[in-house]
Write a protein of this length. Structure first.
Length: 173
């Protein structure tokens, strides 16, 4: 289980630091069945930012998302895997930072496709990518690459009691 190596309370109003388990548990419970839009921020080769909504799932203590191979997001990640992923969860706004790398091993692809199916998206594995009868227009045409975020840092701001704001840093190994 991914646990932070350091925690910093960012709240300036006296609230206690938030436990990482609060954000992680909502990710486990609500992806993929809740109607969530994750926004992946990447960097273009010329340094300009790019952000796009994606369908993402938390599987086996990691965040996975998909992208068509010719999308700006996939081209940016091929050049520079550093990215951020933001989402408004039940009771907590969350930003995850790290590196996203393409997943091509069949066992992980099959496992993540199965989780997507539990949420209603009929994903299947074709070669080293995902396919389905449909996806969001911004994903481009099938097949879709699957990416795994290697988590380096997360920032959570609680929008429900108990309130607070916390930064969690994770090992880079």
């Amino acid at each position: 289980m991914t646990e932070p190596i350091s925690i910093k309370n960012l709240d300036r109003h006296g609230s206690a630091e938030l436990p990482w388990s609060r954000a992680r548990d909502v990710l486990v419970t609500d992806t993929p069945t809740a109607d969530l839009t994750f926004f992946v921020g990447t960097v273009r080769p010329d340094g300009r930012p790019h952000s796009a909504g994606v369908g993402a799932v938390w599987v086996d203590d990691a965040l996975y998302f998909k992208s068509g191979p010719n999308t700006r997001r996939a081209r940016n990640l091929a050049e520079n895997p550093a990215c951020s992923v933001s989402v408004r969860l039940r009771g907590i706004d969350l930003t995850l930072e790290g590196e996203a790398h393409r997943v091509t091993d069949s066992s992980t692809l099959e496992r993540v496709a199965a989780v997507y199916r539990t949420g209603g998206w009929p994903a299947s594995v074709e070669g080293d990518a995902l396919t389905a009868p449909y996806s969001a227009p911004s994903a481009g045409p099938a097949p879709w690459y699957l990416y795994r975020l290697t988590l380096r840092r997360a920032i959570g701001v609680a929008s429900a009691e108990p309130h607070g704001a916390t930064r969690w840093d994770f090992a880079t190994t």
